[in-house]
Design a protein around this ligand. Structure first.
Ligand SMILES: [Zn+2]
Length: 198
C-alpha cells in the first residue's frame, strides 16, 4: 500500500495540472513497483486471486487460476491466467508460458470431454488493438459447437509470393539452441576423505 505520506507527496506534485497532465505525470513519478501495485488494485483478475471478486474456479495451483468467464462467448468459456500481475505475454517467463499452454490444453480436453464440445479455440489477445481489454495476461479456452455464434472470421488478403518472402525475412527466428544442462562440478578438495567411498 502507498503510505499516506507518499500519497500527500504525489498530490502536491500533481496540483494545478489537468487530468490528462496528471495521468502523464503520475506515470513519471511512480516507481515501477508502485505502478504495479496500483494496477493490481484495479485489475479484476488480481481481485479474483485475492478473493475480492467472486468467480467460479475450475483450477488453481501456485501459479495459475482458471475460472468460468462471466460473459462467455459460449457456455463453458474458461479464462486461465497467471496469479502474478503480468500485463503482456511477452513479459512472462518462458517456463511459465510453457506451463500456461500445457494447462490451457488440459482445460481444452476437459471441455471436450465434460461439455461434449465439438471443437475449442485457445486464444490470447495481445494488446488493445487485438482485443486485450484488461492489463493482465489471460488465455481464453472457448468450447465450439456447430452453428454457435462465436466468430473468429476474417477476410483473407490477396498477397504475392514476393511479399510473403519479404515478411518472412522480417520475422525469421533463429533456431533455438538446445539447452545444455551442465552438471555441477565437484571440487576435489570439497570431498571429505573419510566420506569418500573406496
Ligand atoms: Zn492483474
Amino acid at each position: 500500500m502507498l503510505s499516506e505520506e507518499r500519497i500527500r507527496e504525489l498530490r502536491g506534485q500533481l496540483q494545478g495540472l489537468s487530468p490528462e497532465e496528471q495521468q502523464a505525470k503520475l506515470q513519471e513519478l511512480l516507481t515501477p513497483e508502485e505502478l504495479k501495485e496500483i494496477q493490481q488494485q484495479q485489475c479484476p483478475f488480481c481481485l479474483i486471486k485475492e478473493g475480492k471478486i467472486e468467480a467460479i474456479k475450475i483450477y488453481e495451483d501456485d501459479f495459475f487460476i482458471a475460472v468460468l468467464d462471466i460473459n462467455p462467448a459460449a457456455k463453458g468459456h474458461v479464462v486461465l491466467f497467471p496469479k502474478e500481475h503480468i500485463s503482456f505475454l511477452a513479459l512472462m517467463d518462458d517456463t511459465l508460458v510453457g506451463q500456461m499452454f500445457i494447462l490451457a490444453n488440459r482445460i481444452s480436453k476437459a471441455v471436450y470431454d465434460g461439455l461434449k464440445a465439438e471443437g475449442t479455440n485457445i486464444f490470447v489477445a495481445n494488446g488493445q488493438i487485438a482485443g486485450q481489454n484488461v492489463d493482465h495476461v489471460i488465455v481464453h479456452i472457448i468450447p465450439r459447437y456447430k452453428d454457435d455464434k462465436v466468430n473468429f472470421g476474417w477476410e483473407s488478403l490477396k498477397i504475392s509470393n514476393e511479399e510473403l518472402k519479404e515478411i518472412a525475412n522480417k520475422i525469421l527466428l533463429p533456431k533455438e539452441e538446445e539447452k545444455i544442462v551442465e552438471e555441477p562440478k565437484v571440487e576435489e578438495e570439497d570431498i571429505d576423505i573419510e566420506e569418500r567411498i573406496p
